[in-house]
Design a protein around this ligand. Sequence first.
Ligand code: UD1
Length: 345
Amino acid sequence: MEKPIILVTGGTGYIGSHTVVELQQSGFETVIVDNLSNSTLDVVDGITRITHTKPHFEQIDCLDGQGLSDVFKKYQNIKAVIHFAASKAVGESVHKPLLYYRNNLLSLLNLIETMMAHHAPHLVFSSSCTVYGQPDVLPVTEDAPVKPATSPYGNTKQIGEEIIGDAIHSGAPLQSILLRYFNPIGAHPSAEIGELPNGVPQNLVPFITQTAIGKRAQLSVFGNDYPTPDGSCIRDYINVVDLAKAHVVAIKRLLAGETGLVETFNIGTGRGLSVLELVNLFQQVTGVALPYRIVARRAGDIAQVWADPTKANTILGWKAETGIDDTLRSAWKWEQKQVIKKLRD
Ligand code: UD1
């Protein structure tokens, strides 16, 4: 059989680029579809330097159904899709909900319809632990109830899961694995690719590394009065390369026909870390002092969430492997590299 090609939407983004690397290193041919709204073509070069193989690249917006269809016509053997392309800033989604619903949901509809028209039945979907809200039981398993979303962004993940489930249950020729990510952090150990936040970072680790390098004066820790041991929020921080590897396993499972029609997996470490613990670990690991102050809680944050990854461990045979120290080191190496790059340019 001809080798299947994997289409990766949002493949020049943060998680997408790390996944393309892992796919290529596992012998898959990949096509990236990305509108470059939040990334640049340099990422393709970074991927190529790591893997010594260039992914195919098509600058297309997933809202453009015809464009997507043309990609399936051009690369005849696309059998599976990993759909990362989405807007992901939680705060922005509150101010621009229609943009988020349009970008995240219409693109998914276009994609599913195009996949069906071109007989590509396998879909891995980027979902998020945000669907659990504040879980009643921790660690949280996949059976935990989905809670009302606290932002339009979170809602698009919930509705996205429902769209896929409903389509499959209606008999559509589609099989899907929904991966619920916890908090992805870090960068490829080569520092060839990593997270490139647009403007002021909203997420914790890019804010930490930018503060450590002197780009930001001080980190604000949002709240120390949560019902947690040190009062700051607890999250499950998952190394981005480990997370990327979960996609490769999911793709192999889909292609081998080992999966049910739709399956959901938590992709996390199973370990919760507080914001203050993470800040201290970063200082220990890098030896860099990190100025920070405690400020008020951030609206919409939940107190604590971490994964029970048993289902992914046993059924997918996937496990988070990288220690938090190495992960923080990779984030720091990446940040330092950005400065060197800027000086060179
Ligand atoms: C959010 C989203 C999640 C999304 C993820 C990646 C929700 C509830 N969560 O996760 O769905 O996948 O972003 O985009 O929608 N913090 C600080 N100071 C900062 C920044 C963050 O103290 O400057 C704290 C936050 O209060 C939180 C923790 O760090 O407790 C992690 O925050 P963040 O990196 O933004 O991720 P989440 O909000 O957990």
